[in-house]
Design a binder for this molecule. Sequence first.
Ligand SMILES: [Zn+2]
Length: 222
Amino acid sequence: MTSHSLSSLLLFSCNFLANAILRKRTYEDLFGHRVQTGWECGGCKYRGAPPPQWESMLEINITNAGRNLHIDQYIKRHFEGEIVEAKCSEPGCAAGGKYQKRRNKRTFLAGPEILLLELGRFEADLYGRVKKVKGHVGYDMTLDLTEYQATAKARREDKLLYKLVSVVFHGGELKGGHYKGVFTCPDGVMYVNDGSAQRASDRDLLQAPKDFQAYLLVYVRV
Ligand SMILES: [Zn+2]
């Protein structure tokens, strides 16, 4: 199963669950979050902000994983955004008409109740061949995303604190492989592999099976 079809399957399953079981809540209520991408002009300090985007998953690119980075560092890089070159069109801007580098920062306008954090383990080599990045990425039972709230008021009063409840691991290559998962259920933490399920513990959420890598982290807001 490719990661794209896994995403589609997850989306379908979550919509089904939200409608069929939770009834009053929609998929968007549970997993949706709004992200604002913004930049500031170096010439006139104009703050540009295109319309916010609605996202159902936080997709974090994992590259240079050989350095054994922690997910916090990848998340930081994700929210710092990309550097782009653009012109400012504000009237009277000192930098007007000239291309300048600016950073498209991301911030949360609204954080999700359930955070689906997908580790994008794709990297193209010099010849454009896309390969899976298999390096280890550290993560913890708790996650604090408060610093990425859009406003100072939100950063102060609306903490985005999460607890890890489930992890999907992937073993193999991009075009083929196998998934295993550790899920928190009403009965406790379970280790699931194809048709079999056995008891596990919180520790198993943090420990990938041999030759497997964490692919999807599921956090709930606390
Ligand atoms: Zn400007």
